[in-house]
Design a protein around this ligand. Structure first.
Ligand SMILES: Cc1ncc(COP(=O)(O)O)c(C=O)c1O
Length: 401
């Protein structure tokens, strides 16, 4: 009698025995990844919109966990994706010249300052691998975007982790963490998850503290939602010759999170070096076509900005009316201390079709990051919070995954 693994009826029609896949997990001496990876965790994204639709009782959903564009992709970008579909049998342009030039035109800068990437995440990895090494240090603010830690550890750099607070950016603390061995200071402006952004004066204070050859990486994934004229603009700083690497994305204000397109702006000699680290065809045909079209669709971008400008204060006021403490935000999201265990609240909200991001991953078990949504999405969120919050326990303070 054949074992299940040898049974041809279970293994297709060839009759050849295949190994039992479950045996792979118990192999005695598997190949091992390098030891440093033990310090890293696999990135856990927010609940996907599809999961929400399955959980919602009445079909209404509010996907407010991933800071996406509430109105979806620019119609021009979707049309460009369709038009580009028949090119996918050929390699894309490795230098992504069309997008590089479109980005340069949009910001009135020289294309040699621009390096496109497979999303801002990819740009951050390229910066980490291109700037850092085991003898260098990276200043990593917390709470902030997890990719800075990952990119620094992948390059073998020493981390200098610094608390920047939940309201505002403690720039003095960041400055104090800079040493002669610093190679990179990572900073998101607006910061994910807190929404705080860096002023021009504070950017200058950080730049003054940097040792020669180091860079201030300004992750401006949410730049389009900033509305305070006193804030630093990483692209302008890089274009003026400051040691700044500005990182931008098409995932947020342009609504293209699913195609993966982003870029960095830095001094041309640094861009030429970092281009060696980027994989050869980082930007595929579809992503490049969609991103170029999205840059041209200023109406869609304006719609996102206007919606956030209108809905953000309404969301903050509604959360505060429910007893939450909410930090001021320059992004398309808010950081709220809900006063209860946020992981419990987030998991119960899913049954109402609502996704928010609990703060446990940032060591803030009572906080949640909530994306600014459409009026309908925010109404559903508030309805669900009213049903869920009174029955949630306060946090035990135990760290959550
Ligand atoms: C601050 C920050 N930087 C970068 C990214 C990554 O953006 P992308 O989708 O382009 O990889 C995100 C995504 O959430 C973010 O919040």
């Amino acid at each position: 009698m054949p074992t299940p693994a040898e049974d041809p009826a279970r293994n297709g029609s060839t009759g050849r025995a295949r190994p039992d896949p479950s045996a792979v997990a118990t192999t005695a001496s598997p190949a091992q990844a390098r030891p440093g990876l033990a310090q890293l965790a696999t990135y856990v994204p927010g609940a996907a919109a599809g999961t929400l639709a399955e959980r919602s009782a009445d079909g209404r959903t509010a996907p407010l966990a991933s800071n996406e564009h509430p109105l979806g992709p620019a119609p021009a970008a979707v049309a460009a994706l369709r038009d580009a579909a028949d090119q996918v049998g050929r390699y894309p342009d490795g230098a992504a010249r069309a997008l590089t030039e479109a980005v340069a035109r949009a910001h009135a800068i020289d294309p040699r300052l621009v390096l496109t990437a497979n999303g801002a995440d990819n740009a951050l990895t390229v910066v980490g691998l291109g700037m850092l090494h085991p003898e260098g240090e990276a200043v990593v603010p917390v709470p902030s975007f997890a990719a800075y830690r990952t990119a620094s550890l992948l390059a073998g750099a020493t981390l200098r982790t610094v608390e920047i607070g939940d309201e505002g950016l403690d720039v003095e603390a960041v400055r104090a963490a800079v040493t002669p061995r610093t190679r990179v200071v990572w900073l998101a402006s607006p910061n994910n998850p807190t929404g705080a952004a860096l002023s021009r004066a504070d950017a200058q204070r950080l730049l003054d503290a940097l040792p020669a050859g180091a860079a201030l990486v300004l992750d401006e994934a949410y730049a389009e939602f900033r509305d305070d004229p006193a804030l630093a603009d990483g692209i302008a700083l890089a274009a003026e010759g400051a040691p700044v690497i500005a990182v931008r994305t098409f995932s947020k204000a342009h609504g293209l999170a699913g195609v993966r397109a982003g870029y960095l702006v830095a001094h041309p000699t640094l861009v030429a070096e970092l281009a060696k680290v980027r994989e050869p065809f980082a930007l595929n045909h579809l992503a490049e076509a969609a991103a170029v079209a999205a840059l041209g669709d200023t109406e869609h971008l304006e719609a996102a900005r206007e919606l956030v400008a209108r809905q953000r204060p309404a969301l903050i006021a509604a959360l505060e009316a429910r007893g939450a403490r909410v930090a001021p935000s320059q992004g398309n999201f808010v950081w709220a201390d809900l006063g209860v265990d946020a992981a419990t609240a987030a998991s119960r909200l899913l049954d109402h079709g609502v996704a928010i991001r609990p703060g446990g991953a940032w060591g803030r078990p009572q906080h949640a990051r909530i994306t600014v949504g459409t009026p309908e999405q925010q109404a559903l969120l508030l309805e669900a919070l009213d049903a869920v919050l009174p029955h949630c326990p306060t946090s035990t303070g135990a760290p959550q995954p």
